[in-house]
Design a protein around this ligand. Structure first.
Ligand SMILES: C=C(O[C@@H]1C=C(C(=O)O)C=C[C@H]1O)C(=O)O
Length: 464
């Protein structure tokens, strides 16, 4: 049978009487968006999408074979503990060299487990990771489908038969789905956007500036919400498709929980682990793109030379560098930032690399780095407390670590910015800015207006 021929590996995890069996098969190329769409029938609320810049790795997950949920301040440690338990249950393993296949965990954390929670984020706990039932992995090398199943001792055959049928039907449906390129659709959709309490946000910025000048804190990133109301249900697949097309330098993601979907296109890598190599990114200070090449160049030069922008960026570099030095050998950081240009915004950018010491895991690095001064502030603990006090907002998973981990400890996390939570016809978008001693509330407000552009453009339709 074709499937038997395609089958390349079978990993088995034993859990008491349960076993997590993970089967990886290579497929003819398949469109990830069509696969995501084909999953709507049986897996709505349990789907995810991830692609990195340049589409080096694209993942689509459907269903939940295994879930790790954690609450409270020690959520990072709890997830790591559960992840290790899962790994220890490996009974047999035929190693497959393709990274990003097999029993991958995908999920994320909330920004601050101690912050007051609202109904907006009710479906997103402080930490949630899943091993999907079906994982589509698309890389430059090809296309793979992993099927993960938790089996009770003795009931292999029934589940396997069902899964085989389900797998065939998903692939058939995915190949039959013809999605438009997303550019011409939904032109009839109209949407209204509301800035939620902009004056209160500017007052919070002024208050933060006072506290910074008093020496209570050095930098605080303050966020605000923009509410979008559309005349019809937000089409997640088309929005994702457009984000990928329009935000090529960003990580595009969507994660469904219940009836809600958190999605966005974030340029902000938090940390990536590949073997024992760690890569982190400092991205902070923002300015728009020019309409002409000359204007774009002028704006970029201003970003590179303005004292406020440099100071704001340097907090991020200093913190990430020292966090990496605490866990890695051979930490390397360029002396000066360069420009990172996305479709509507340019940022100051400094990459940091290092070699992980023994005992340093991807999650221990995520915990150490989150939140960086780009998304939280400096010093870390004081800034998080200030955000809790000053922001009239439930950040939920906005600006939080979101990403994937494989069974070898490789993986990648981003800071989930340029994002929003979709609930039917409504989207709550979040935008933030780093506030320093020289910040001016009005210009910070103007700067934040650049940040919802990727999401608003991807939603399509017309603003009313
Ligand atoms: C907080 C956001 O962006 C962050 C803040 C930036 C800034 O203050 O200039 C720039 C990039 C991001 O690190 C956001 O987009 O919501």
């Amino acid at each position: 049978m074709v499937i038997a021929k395609e089958r390349e590996t079978e990993d088995v995890f034993e859990k008491k009487h349960q076993t997590l069996v993970s089967t990886v098969t290579q497929l003819a190329p398949i469109d990830p968006f069509s696969f995501f769409a084909a999953g709507a029938k049986h897996y709505r609320g349990k789907r995810f999408y991830w692609s990195d810049p340049g589409q080096e790795k694209v993942f689509v997950g459907l269903g939940i074979a295994h879930e790790i949920v954690a609450h409270g301040d020690d959520r990072f440690a709890k997830v790591e503990e559960e992840r290790k338990k899962l790994l220890n249950m490996i009974e047999t393993e035929t190693d497959l060299a393709i990274q990003g296949t097999g029993p991958l965990l995908f999920g994320g954390f909330s920004f601050d487990s101690q912050a007051a929670k609202t109904a907006l984020w009710r479906s997103f706990p402080d930490a949630s990771f899943v091993v999907p039932v079906f994982l589509l992995t698309v890389t430059r090398q090809g296309c793979w489908l992993t099927v993960n199943r938790l089996v009770q001792a003795g009931d292999h055959s029934i589940q396997e038969k069902w899964l085989e049928k389900e797998r065939e039907s998903l692939l058939r449906n995915a190949r039959a789905v013809v999605l438009s390129d997303g550019s011409a659709q939904s032109e009839n959709v109209r949407y209204a956007t509301t800035d939620v309490e902009p004056e209160a946000w500017k007052r919070a910025v002024a208050e933060a500036v006072d506290q910074i000048r008093n020496g209570e804190v050095d930098k605080v990133a303050l966020a605000r919400e923009i509410r979008v109301h559309a005349t019809e249900r937000i089409d997640v697949v088309r929005t994702l498709k457009r984000l990928c097309k329009q935000q090529k330098e960003s990580y595009v993601f969507a994660i469904e929980r219940g009836t809600d979907c958190f999605l966005g296109a974030s340029p902000e890598q938090l940390v990536k682990r590949d073997g024992n190599k760690l890569h982190a990114t400092c991205l902070a200070s923002s300015i728009g793109r020019g309409k002409t090449a000359e204007e774009d160049e002028r704006l970029g030069q201003r970003l590179l030379s303005d004292e406020k922008f440099i100071v704001e960026h340097q907090f991020v570099v200093d913190m990430i560098k020292s966090a990496m030095e605490a866990e890695c050998e051979d930490v390397s950081v360029p002396n000066e930032p360069s420009l990172f240009k996305t479709a509507y915004i340019q940022h100051l950018y400094t990459p940091v690399t290092g070699t992980a010491r023994r005992g340093t895991s991807l999650l221990s690095m995520v915990e150490k780095l989150h939140p960086t001064p780009a998304l939280g502030g400096y010093p870390q603990d004081v800034a998080v407390r200030k955000i809790r006090e000053m922001e009239k907002l439930d950040r939920g998973w906005y600006a939080s670590p979101l990403g994937w981990m494989d069974r070898h400890g490789n993986g990648e996390f981003i800071g989930a910015i340029r994002s929003g939570i979709v609930r039917g016809n409504e989207v709550s978008l979040f935008v933030g800015n780093g506030i320093v001693a020289d910040s001016d509330p009005e210009s910070e407000y103007e700067e934040t207006k650049l940040k919802p552009k990727p999401m608003l453009t991807a939603l399509g339709g017309k603003r009313s």
